[in-house]
Design a binder for this molecule. Sequence first.
Ligand code: ATP
Ligand code: PRP
Ligand code: NIO
Length: 465
Amino acid sequence: MNITASYTDLYQLTMSQVYFRTKPDGRAVYDYYFRNNPFNGGYSIFAGLEDVLNILENLKFSSSDVTYLEQHGFERSFLDYLKDFRFRGNIFSSMEGDVVFPNRPILQVEANIIEAQIIETLLLNLLNFQTLIATKASRIRHSAKSETLLDMGLRRAHATGGYYASRAAIIGGFDSTSNVKAAEDYDIPSSGTMAHSFIQSYEDELQAFRDFAKIRPKNCVLLIDTYNTLRSGLPNAITVAKEMEDNGEQLLGVRLDSGDLAYLAKKARKMLDDANLGYVKIVASNQLDEFVIKSLKDQGAPIDIFGVGTNLVTGKPDAAIEGVYKLSEYNGEPRIKLSENIIKVSLPYKKQVYRMLDKNGMFYGADAVAVFNEENVERMEHSFDSNKSLELTRFEHEPLLQQVMKNGKKVMPARTVSEIAEYSKSRLEKLPEEYKRFQNPHIYKIGLSTELKKERDKLVLKHKF
Ligand SMILES: Nc1ncnc2c1ncn2[C@@H]1O[C@H](COP(=O)(O)OP(=O)(O)OP(=O)(O)O)[C@@H](O)[C@H]1O
Ligand SMILES: O=P(O)(O)OC[C@H]1O[C@H](OP(=O)(O)OP(=O)(O)O)[C@H](O)[C@@H]1O
Ligand SMILES: O=C(O)c1cccnc1
C-alpha cells in the first residue's frame, strides 16, 4: 500500500508545528504497549513490525500532502520542514511473532520529538490491527491442532485492512490465504476452492464439476452443498474423482459450507472411503472460529482443512486492541502520565524487558520491566501491591527489546512472513498450556525492577496534587 506521512491524525501535525517553533531538537522516547489481551485470552502475538519498519524507512510527505496542509493553515517554515521530513530515529522492539503481554513495552521509539510524534498514528494503526488478527489466528490454530487453515476473509474485512489481516493470519499460524494481492506482495501461499455461483451458472452440477476438474485439475476442491450435499454434491464429486483417476489425476477435496458440519463430514468421509477415495480431503467453512472448530474436533469431525473468513479478519468479537503510545522520556528526563485508574499510570524512562526462562528454557510466566541499562535485575515488584514481589536470580533473563532501527535505517535482517510464523510457533511452544486455554487463562506476571518502581513512585509523588 502506498502510505505517505500524512497517514496520521491532524493533532500530531498541530503539536509538531509547535515543537518546530519551540523545541525543534527535543529528543523523545515513546513506549508502545496495550492494556489487555484481546478475546479475554492469556497472551497476544505481536505482528506488523516489518511493515512498520519498511514504511518508516521511506516515509515522506508527498507534494500534494504539503499542498493540502498549506491550504489548512500550516505555516511556511513548517511546510518547508515537512518537505524534507524523514524518520531518522531508533527503534527497540520485541521480535515480530513473539508472544507478548499487556502493560509492558513491546516497542520503543527514540527520536526527535517531531518525528516520533508524526509516526504515532501510523505505528499504532499497523501494530494494533495486525497484533489483533495474529492473536485471533493463533487461537484458531490452537483449536485446529495440525489441520490445515485457509484464510478466506478478504470480502468481509474492513476494506483494505484485509490486506494486512491476511499477512497477520499467516504469522498467527494459518497455512494459506485466498487473498491474491497479499499472497503476491508478501510471498505467502495462496489457495482456494470454488463458489456456489459457479455451480449455479450450469444446468447441471456434475457438468460444473467436470469442467472445473478438467481445466483446473491441480488442487481441485469441489463445493458440494449447493443443492443436496449427500444426495447430489458428494455423489457427483465421487464420479468426477473417479474420472480424474482415469486421467492419472487426483481430486484434492470436497468443501462443506452449510448444515451440521460434523454430521456431514462423517457421512462424507464414509462415502469417500467406501469409494476408495481415502485421499480426498474434507474442507469445511461457514462462520468458523476457534470455538466452533474446537467443538467440531471434540465431535470427532474428520475435517482436514478449515476455511475461516469473517471471524478471523475482523477480529470478532473484539473490534480492536487498545494499544497506546506514551511518552516515557524527554531530553533524557523521565516522564509519566498519571491516572485515577492505577493500571493506566505510565512507566517512565527508556526501558528493557526481561523474560524469565526456567531450567528447560520454557517461559516461567513473568516478564520484568527495568530501566534500560540497569544491571542485575534481581527482584521484580508488583506494579502497585508492595506486598508482592518475585525473586529473579534463579531464572535465566532473556532481554526482549532489540534495536531494529538505527537513525532511520533497519538494522536487522529482513524476515519473510513464513520465517516470522515459524518463529512465532517456536515461541508459543515455550508458553505453558495454562496461558493458552480460552476460559480463565492463567495470568502472566508483569513486574517492575526495584529501581524502576522506586523511580516511578518518585515521579507519581512529584506530580500529585
Ligand atoms: N456440528 C457442529 N457443531 C457446532 N457448530 C456447528 C456444527 N455445524 C455447523 N456449525 C456452525 O453453526 C453455525 C450454523 O450457522 P447457520 O445455521 O447460519 O448455517 P446453515 O444454515 O447451516 O448455513 P446457510 O445459512 O449458509 O445455508 C455456523 O457457525 C457453523 O460453523
Ligand atoms: O463464513 P466465513 O468464515 O466468513 O467464510 C467465508 C465465506 O465466504 C464464502 O461465502 P459467500 O456466501 O460469500 O460466497 P460463496 O458464493 O462462495 O458461498 C464462503 O463460502 C464462506 O462461507
Ligand atoms: O476459495 C474459497 O473457497 C473461498 C474464498 C473466499 C471466500 N470464500 C471461499
